[in-house]
Design a protein around this ligand. Structure first.
Ligand SMILES: *[C@@H]1O[C@H](CO)[C@@H](O)[C@H](O)[C@H]1NC(C)=O
Ligand SMILES: *[C@@H]1O[C@H](CO)[C@@H](O)[C@H](O)[C@H]1NC(C)=O
Ligand SMILES: *[C@@H]1O[C@H](CO)[C@@H](O)[C@H](O)[C@H]1NC(C)=O
Ligand SMILES: *[C@@H]1O[C@H](CO)[C@@H](O)[C@H](O)[C@H]1NC(C)=O
Length: 708
């Protein structure tokens, strides 16, 4: 047995090609062997290394066979250079460009193609990664094109298609031979430097000839079809072009009344599609918008076309002005509309001041926009009746709004009350008010404590029947201690137990009177209450003994010295000459002793000579500018002036009781004016004299009284 085994091993070793597999396990795949599932020891459990088979991988595969089945040695892959494992790799491979595994040429190696002719064709140089399909087609590298990527793109040439042709739009084979042009370009002789016309439908011939797009014409389609212009020949020529024909840029010769490079505008003063309509005569610069004739108007025209006179103007040239107060007119006699506030044929009448906006009908003066608050009737000259704040213009008793809180068609429904429908009788109090008998003027909210209303919030209320009521509104500050007693008397102008009497009922000029005896404490219009509490004029200081008529103020005993007029409120003219201890003027302001030097007339208001002092003073300023000779003349003038002043001063000091530092022309004028008025006694009123006295006082600052 031992011997037989040794013989077998020797036999295996002699026949085995696997020189390195002399022993068990040596040719096992991954050198792994062991006992298999059937209990057989030293079996290669993961298969055999290339070239061996049999459970312990000790038998070699057939000749040229690279790998064979472990169980039975059937060849599975051939060694390189042989093919067809099923035939035990008995055939040798013959073609170098072929991949030879199952057959003599399974497919081509990279860079070759055409299995049918044993891959004897080489892929084009333009093929990406130099690989191609079996028919030679491939994906192209940059600068190559064609199915087999065997030509250069337009504009490139050379073996690697990396040399530029003379022109990028030319397909060339070298630097001198251009063979075709990129679509849209032409002329091989200039390496396709010319572009086909935009009017070409697609490509053009080597001469540039082509089929035209619809808008174009000519062999090279450079021209627009008649009547059109523009880059795409789709802009119609202006209708102002003669025969509607224009150049490629639209310019043309103009028909009459058209102008502009493309004859697209009208000549001055014309508009319209045919430029044959005159612009409005009021268009500024005589130009108007071509399409519709609109324009900017001169000031005396209006309307979109400026062809009518503006408001206030009339005439063929709209340069005549409508009469005063006429808003617009057709002639100076025919006024259409008056200015606001006027009416009448010639607009000479004033609308009622009570018209809203002072707007009234031209023919009848009726207020068009209604009346101001409180007025009614067509001309708004009537007052609304009774309690209305505003009323219907056609019914003065129909109130459209009431004064505070009142309501109802006649505003007679008192505040906080619901009245019977269409009547002013109070039905019940509203809004928390109560006591119909007290005109709904009571409200528990006026109480300090509404549960036990014994005190009110303040003096403007009084307690009554467990509530608080508003005081009589005629109480001063509306304060009272009870329903019938004002706290601090009545409001100014009222008197009597309920403050219901007017002070004027007792003294017409009284504005405030005592509550019980009705004697006046304040009067209106400059009157003063006298010791009897009657409004009377206060006699002036200037009345002799200060005695005068209580109503008119006329001094009973005349005026003290140098004052005049009924109330002795005017000063004798300062230009009247003075005599010691005597008045200068009579009761009409006429000077009794002549005038001071330089004046004449009965009131001495006329100056007889110009004042040399004033002109000298002006000369000083002029002289400063003028020459030396002028200065000398001025100095002489000043000397004369100073002397003259001294003289005047002496005169006035010796004679006058009232000394004037300078005469005031304003006072003189005023006095002259009042002299005239006093002479015309019918026109003289106490008011005018009052005003005059006030004016005199304010304008007589520059005199001082010497005596009393
Ligand atoms: C040009 O305008 C004038 C003035 O409006 C008009 O009388 C004349 O007919 C116009 N000419 C043409 C050719 O339309
Ligand atoms: C005017 O209004 C009062 C109060 O509403 C009304 O009683 C009277 O009938 C009205 N008069 C006319 C003429 O409508
Ligand atoms: C006082 O108030 C009561 C109920 O609030 C009322 O019935 C009564 O008539 C009132 N008295 C007077 C005088 O108003
Ligand atoms: C002027 O009146 C004063 C006193 O009022 C008197 O002293 C004086 O003598 C009078 N002069 C003449 C000229 O009457």
């Amino acid at each position: 047995m031992e011997f037989a085994s040794i013989i077998l091993v020797l036999l295996v070793l002699l026949t085995a090609k696997c020189d390195s597999c002399p022993g068990r396990c040596l040719c096992c795949m991954n050198d792994i062997c062991g006992t298999d599932s059937r209990g057989m020891e030293q079996t290669c459990l993961e298969g055999c290394k290339d070239g061996y088979h049999q459970p312990r991988c000790m038998w070699p595969c057939p000749d040229h066979c690279q790998t064979c089945r472990q169980s039975d040695g059937v060849c599975q892959t051939c060694q390189p250079g042989f093919y067809a494992p099923s035939n035990n790799c008995s055939s040798a491979c013959d073609y170098t460009n072929c991949a030879c595994v199952q057959s003599i040429c399974d497919n081509c190696l990279d860079g070759f193609y055409d299995v049918g002719s044993h891959c004897d064709s080489v892929c084009s140089k333009g093929c990406s990664e130099e690989k191609c399909n079996d028919d030679g087609t491939c994906e192209c590298k940059a600068n190559f094109e064609g199915n087999e990527c065997d030509v250069c793109v337009i504009g490139k040439y050379g073996e690697n298609c990396n040399i530029n042709c003379n022109n990028e739009n030319c397909r060339c084979i070298d630097s001198t031979h251009c063979i075709s042009c990129r679509p849209g370009y032409f002329d091989l002789s200039t390496f396709c430097s010319k572009q086909c016309s935009v009017g070409c439908k697609d490509i053009c011939s080597n001469e540039g000839h082509c089929t035209c797009l619809s808008q174009f014409s000519g062999r090279t389609c450079e021209n627009c079809k008649p009547g059109y212009h523009g880059k795409n020949c789709n802009t119609p020529c202006s209708n102002g072009c003669i025969n509607g024909m224009c150049n490629r840029d639209g310019s043309c010769k103009c028909s009459p009344n058209f102008t502009g490079r493309m004859c697209e505008t009208c000549v001055a003063r014309q508009y319209g599609f045919f430029c044959d309509t005159p612009c409005g005569q009021g268009c500024t610069d005589n130009t108007c918008y071509k399409d519709d004739g609109t324009c900017n108007c001169e000031f005396n025209y209006k309307g979109a076309l400026c062809n009518t006179c503006n408001d206030g103007y009339f005439g063929n040239l709209c340069n005549s002005i409508c009469p005063d107060r006429c808003f617009n007119c057709s002639t100076s006699e025919n006024c259409y509309t008056c200015n606001e506030g006027n009416f009448g044929l010639d607009c000479s009448l004033n609308c009622s001041a009570n018209c809203v906006g002072s707007i009234c009908g031209k023919s009848n003066g009726l207020c068009l926009d209604g009346c101001l608050d409180g007025f009614t009737a067509d001309s708004c000259n009537d007052s609304c009746d009774g309690f209305c704040k505003t009323c219907s213009q056609t019914n003065s008793t129909y109130c459209t709004s009431c004064f505070d809180g009142f309501s109802g068609s006649e505003c007679k429904c008192i505040p906080n009350c619901r009245c019977e429908l269409n009547s002013e009788v109070c039905n019940e109090c509203t809004n928390g008010f109560e006591m119909k008998s007290k005109d709904c003027k009571c409200n528990r909210s006026y109480c300090l404590n509404s549960m036990h209303c014994t005190t009110c919030q303040n003096n403007k209320f009084y307690t009554f029947n467990d509530t608080c009521c508003e005081c009589n509104k005629l109480c001063k500050n509306k304060q009272c201690s009870s329903e019938t007693h004002c706290l601090i008397g009545c409001d100014d102008g009222y008197t009597g137990a309920n403050c219901a009497d007017l002070c004027t009922d007792y003294d017409h000029d009284c504005t405030k009177c005592s509550q019980n005896e009705h004697f006046c404490v304040q009067c209106k219009g400059g009157l003063t209450p006298n010791t009897d509490g009657v409004c009377a004029v206060q006699c002036r200081e200037t009345c002799v003994n200060k005695e005068c008529d209580a109503k008119t103020g006329r001094c009973h005993l005349g005026c003290i010295r140098n004052f005049y007029a009924d109330k002795c409120d005017l000063v004798c003219p300062s230009t009247c000459a003075s005599v010691p201890n005597k008045t200068r003027c009579d009761n009409y302001g006429r000077c009794l002793h002549g005038c001071i030097e330089g004046y004449n007339g009965v009131t001495c208001v006329n100056a007889t000579t110009t004042n040399t002092c004033d002109s000298s003073a002006a000369g000083i300023v002029g002289g400063a500018v003028g020459g030396a000779s002028t200065i000398i003349i001025v100095i002489i003038g000043i000397v004369l002036c100073i002397q003259r002043r001294k003289q005047q001063k002496k005169q006035s000091e010796s004679g006058s009781q009232v000394r004037f530092s300078n005469h005031n022309p304003f006072i003189i004028e005023e006095q002259e004016r009042h002299y005239q008025k006093l002479s015309d006694r019918h026109n003289t009123t106490a008011r005018v004299q009052d005003e005059a006295y006030t004016e005199l006082q304010t304008n007589s600052m520059d005199y001082e009284r010497v005596d009393s």
